[in-house]
Design a binder for this molecule. Structure first.
Ligand code: DAH
Length: 355
C-alpha cells in the first residue's frame, strides 16, 4: 500500500483507539457529548483527517474513504452505547435508594382545636333542643358586662372577676353573660339561646388563663322553674359525658340569678368512686364530684333591665367554661396545654387517621 494512504490509515486507527480509551473512563452525559464533538464534530479530529482525502491519489481514495466511514460509524455506535449505559446506571442507582415497599407519607393536615371541638359539641347538644346560638362583642360596655346583670359599680360582686379595662366604661368581657341582656333586649319571650365565645380575666396559673371560652345559656318564658333547669343541665351533662353521669346542685351566689347554684357532676375519671386503681383520684381529690358550672333562676333585677315583667316571666341561666369541660372530658390537668399549641398534644385530638 502506498505510503501516504498507510500513514492516514494508521492515524485513523490511533484515533479510534484513543477515542475508545477516553470514552471508557467517562462517567457523565456531558463528558460523552464533549468527546463526541471533539472527535466526530464538524471541526473534530476525524474531520481533520478526512480533509486530507483529496491529497491522496485518486485510486486510493475509495479504500481509504470506506475505512474512514466504517470507523466513523463505529465511533458513533460507541457513543450511543455509552449514553445508554449511563442512562441505565442512573436509573439503577436511583432505584437502589428508593424503597418502594415503604408506606407513603401523608401531607401535613390541620385539625380542629380540642377546645373548638368541645365548644361545637356543646352547641350542637343545645341546638338539638331548640336553643339559638347568639354571639356578641368581646369588648363590652360596663352596662352589659356588669350593670344590667345586677352588678352595680362599687358592688363587692365586681371583685369576683378580675377585669381588664379598655377605658373607664369599656372592658374586655369577663363572661358571656352580657349576651343574656343583648338577646333579651331584642326579643320577647319565649327566648332560649346559648352564647359561646372568648372571655378575659387578669388571671394566669395551672387552671386559669387570661383568655378562655365560656358558653352562656338562658331561657325565659312563662312558668319556667328550677325543674326545667335541672332537666336541661342533666340532659347536657349526660350527652357530653356519659348517660350514667350524675348531677348535683349546691346552693351558691351570683348577682344575676336567684336562687343560684353550682353544679357538680360525678367524677368522669373515677366514675364517682374517688379512686382509680385503688389510688386516690387526682381529678376530684377523692370526693367523687367535680364542679362544672354555675346557674340559677334569672334575677328579677335582670328582667327589669331588659323590660320583661318579672311577675309574668321567669327563666333560668347558666354559664360554663369550655376548657374546663374539655379538661374533665379528656382528663387533662394543665389548662396551659390548650394554648401552647404543641402539635404532639393537638394531634391527639385529630379525628382524621394518624399520618
Ligand atoms: N357569668 C358567670 C361567670 O363567669 C357564670 C355564670 C354563673 C353564668 C351563673 C350564669 C349563671 O348565667 O347563672 O363566672
Amino acid at each position: 500500500m502506498p505510503e501516504q494512504s498507510r500513514e492516514l490509515l494508521d492515524k485513523l486507527k490511533e484515533l479510534e483507539q484513543e477515542f475508545n480509551d477516553s470514552l471508557n473512563n467517562l462517567t457523565s452525559d456531558k463528558e460523552v457529548e464533549e468527546l463526541r464533538v471533539q472527535y466526530l464534530g464538524r471541526k473534530g479530529k476525524l474531520a481533520e483527517i478526512m480533509d486530507k482525502l483529496p491529497n491522496l491519489p485518486a485510486e486510493e481514495r475509495p479504500t481509504f474513504g470506506k475505512t474512514a466511514n466504517e470507523i466513523k460509524s463505529r465511533l458513533k455506535d460507541a457513543v450511543e452505547a455509552k449514553q445508554k449505559e449511563l442512562e441505565k446506571s442512573v436509573a439503577e442507582q436511583d432505584f437502589s435508594q428508593f424503597d418502594y415497599t415503604l408506606p407513603g407519607r401523608r401531607p401535613w393536615q390541620g385539625s380542629v382545636h380540642p377546645v373548638s371541638q368541645v365548644l361545637d359539641e356543646i352547641c350542637s347538644v343545645f341546638e338539638k333542643i331548640g336553643f339559638d346560638i347568639v354571639t356578641g362583642p368581646e369588648i363590652e360596655t360596663d352596662f352589659y358586662n356588669f350593670e344590667a346583670l345586677n352588678i352595680p359599680q362599687n358592688h363587692p360582686a365586681r371583685d369576683m372577676q378580675d377585669t381588664l379595662y379598655v377605658t373607664e366604661s369599656l372592658v374586655l368581657r369577663t363572661h358571656t353573660s352580657p349576651l343574656q341582656i343583648r338577646t333579651m333586649l331584642g326579643q320577647t319571650p319565649p327566648v332560649a339561646a346559648i352564647a359561646p365565645g372568648k372571655v378575659y380575666r387578669r388571671d394566669a396559673d395551672l387552671t386559669h388563663s387570661p383568655m378562655f371560652h365560656q358558653i352562656e345559656g338562658f331561657l325565659a318564658d312563662t312558668g319556667v322553674t328550677m325543674a326545667e333547669l335541672r332537666g336541661t343541665l342533666t340532659y347536657f351533662v349526660q350527652s357530653i359525658f356519659s348517660s350514667n353521669t350524675r348531677v348535683r346542685f349546691r346552693p351558691s351566689f351570683f348577682p344575676f340569678t336567684e336562687p343560684s347554684a353550682e353544679v357538680d357532676i360525678s367524677c368522669v375519671i373515677c366514675n364517682g368512686s374517688g379512686k382509680v386503681n385503688n389510688e386516690p383520684c387526682r381529678v376530684c381529690s377523692q370526693t367523687g364530684w367535680v364542679e362544672i358550672l354555675g346557674c340559677g333562676m334569672i334575677d328579677p333585677q335582670v328582667f327589669k333591665a331588659v323590660n320583661y315583667d318579672p311577675e309574668i316571666y321567669s327563666g333560668f341561666a347558666f354559664g360554663l367554661g369550655v376548657e374546663r369541660v374539655a379538661m374533665l372530658k379528656y382528663g387533662i390537668d394543665d389548662l396551659r396545654l390548650f394554648f401552647d399549641n404543641d402539635l404532639r398534644f393537638l394531634n391527639q385530638f385529630n379525628r382524621l387517621p394518624a399520618s
